[in-house]
Design a protein around this ligand. Sequence first.
Ligand SMILES: [Mg+2]
Length: 281
Amino acid sequence: MSTSAGTTAAGLPDLAAAALAAAPVALVAFDLDDTLAPSKSPLPDAVAQVLGDLLQRVPVCVISGGQYGQFTQQLLARLDLTPELAARLHLMPTCGTQYYRWDGEGFGQVYAHTLTQDERDRALTALRTRAVELGLWESETWGEVLEDRGSQVTFSALGQQAPVDAKAAWDPTGERKGALRDAVAADLPDLEVRSGGSTSVDITRRGVDKATGMRALVDLVGVPLTDMVFVGDRLDEGGNDRPVLDLGVRCHAVHGWEDTVAFLRGRLLPHLDARHGDAGS
Ligand SMILES: [Mg+2]
């Protein structure tokens, strides 16, 4: 599949009009943290509004390393959803290892690929041991550093509730997270180890990543991969959005929610409306 997608100066995908026109846009999927909202924070007003506008046109999926509780706090609490719009929203917490959709009254879990107790224990041990060895086990933290999310084990260097500023300052180059990811991956060859948000490393069942979630959407929503668009902030090599790009899905790279709003308002919504106008004329 040729997407004819452009790239940014950093070599990341920049989805231009030609790539949008190359195939229908029948579903748009988003990462959550640093794509739709600042890390662990509620959706800004501008994002909530533009997502509502997008849902009126196409199904939307949000796929994140975060757990479902973050989807309710960051996303659902900020969206003004009618039942019709809610039915077009697909939620994939913990890198798509869980799937929630509207059941007519609320969002309910459709499936969860959970880790075994042995896998979770080994993941927790490896993260703690290597973080201490590498000098990345911080003494001043906000909330839990290690979290067992059932289908995913997560390390957050400064804790789950760390302020955004502190997290941004902890590892601006990604070097510390990368070192921890490499060391832990060597300990757990049977599990998937990825660098996630600004301070986090996520461990899931091997071969289960955001690409798995996107593939599942083909059957769940009935839209082929060629007709999907994905927006994320970690499409770089080793980032937790990267598997979606490697899968061949048309991707657009952003550096935060402001970029996402600009892409949707400036390119995607006008594109969808122009096509709708064509179809109707
Ligand atoms: Mg992100």
